[in-house]
Design a binder for this molecule. Sequence first.
Ligand code: PRP
Ligand code: URA
Length: 209
Amino acid sequence: MTNVTIFTHPLIQHKISLLRDKNTCTSEFRALVEEIAMLMGFEALRDLPLEDVKIETPIETCMTPMLTGKKLALVPILRAGLGMVNGILALVPSAKVGHIGLYRDEVTHEPHEYYCKLPAPIDERMILAVDPMLATGGSAVDAVDLIKARGGKHIKFMSIIAAPEGLERLQKSHPDIQIYVGHLDRCLNEAAYICPGLGDAGDRIFGTR
Ligand code: PRP
Ligand code: URA
């Protein structure tokens, strides 16, 4: 699985375990999602393009690398992906932010699109799509479809927890993208929730249940 990175860093694993705990309250949950997104983003963005620029230090003039090219497009999948935005923006404050609105039908588990706005020109930007949960993979596949349909090319997808079924589906549907997963869980249950998972990420971030 050359295009998949599954994280093993102890800080990420520890924070994911805290996220799973049903006794973790909304404010802690939000803070943890943000911190994990930042830790994962640090690695996922290791190939941001650099260019040497001339800088005058107090000592002398030198050529030194700085980010170059069109600014990163960070694309959270609503709602739960919003929880990861500030963690990435802490690393790349200049990123542009697009939004993709998808919700999963509770019975069929199929995703339904309700919003899509991406920063132009999307074809010239590195794109980091974020959603804490990759379950059946339906939402992730649709989100990448939407990005590609608008011209997006250099696409990365980052989720905190994935089920094997969803990861395989995303990889098969979009073998050209880079996928980053904080932890690969065991399976989906009959309601298409990830096991052991963390429950409903959107509800836990926004306190809606
Ligand atoms: C959750 C999650 C993903 C999706 C994953 O969102 O944030 O977007 O489910 O499931 P899938 O891989 O089976 O498609 P949900 O549809 O619950 O919407 P919400 O974020 O608005 O709560
Ligand atoms: N969406 C969630 O928020 N959690 C799951 O386990 C599956 C889909």
